[in-house]
Design a protein around this ligand. Sequence first.
Ligand code: P6P
Length: 338
Amino acid sequence: MSEQSFQTLGEFIIDKQEDFMYSTGELSRLLSAIRLASKVVNREVNKAGIANIIGKVGSENIQGEEQQKLDVLANEIFIEALSQREVVCGIASEENDDYIEVKCGSNAHLSKYVVLIDPLDGSSNIDVNVSVGTIFSIYRRVTEPGSPVGIEDFLQKGVNQAAAGYVVYGSSTMIVYTTGNGVNGFTLDPSLGTYYLSHANMEFPKTGKIYSINEGNYIKFPQGVKNYIKYCQREEDDRPYTSRYIGSLVSDFHRNMIKGGIYIYPSTSQSPNGKLRLLYECNPMAFLAEQAGGKCTNGFERIMEIEPTELHQRVPFFCGNREMVEKAEEFMAAAAEN
Ligand code: P6P
């Protein structure tokens, strides 16, 4: 094998441990648990078509969405990996109605972190072999160490995140994460089962020409969004922009961060708060976006400043290049004035 010039994710996590004052190594162990779980999920995603685990288990999650078999499996894999290592005291998942107090082992309750996760985002794409992702958000608990974890440990503003990231199970599998010191991407070498640093210090390009939105919902969009879409399509200056929408948030976000673009899931007449969930989709992606020089709002205010009220609450979501998000916000503000 040619000499790999990349640092492994494991080495990187240890090297960056110094970024944390009084680091106890707990966050490093937490990130390592996520790394391991992602490899197991990657194996299952890659064999989905063969292992006949495609399709639905006939159950629904709290979102009322039919759960794919892989949804359920991915959820179990991440919960198991996080629980068995006594690195978190609580877990909230898109697939679970309520949060889970981690009791495995004698010390889990002493851990200072909670994790919120969307174990397999975009899972409806699995049957058609389109990339999917895992999204995670990590907070320090606010309740007393050793006491039972409480809902207040999960209902924290995005600005309080200790770390956030995603796994994209695409043409290659990558982990992209931040601990507040920039964004770094690691690509899995499946022949070795090792992630290597492949995208150091990821940042949105200064400009972007891609807009990602489900235009099938056009008629239901707020007027400001309709006006912004028409702006993207007009033949003037550097436009028309390119429309790219995979239907998998992680994949659309990942492409836009590399090539430059904006992803919008706005409120609609049917869903006044949009579709995406604040705590385990919008906040982690917002943390990454801001750390990569981008911007993330609900069309009017910073996503990471929104005070959460419910575990599965939804918010409108505008995320990407700073200048593209600000242009979209201009159209939202102008429409709101009329
Ligand atoms: P729609 C997947 O269910 C998801 O949460 C995101 O990954 C994706 O961008 C969006 O919903 C797709 O939603 O309504 O356009 O199919």
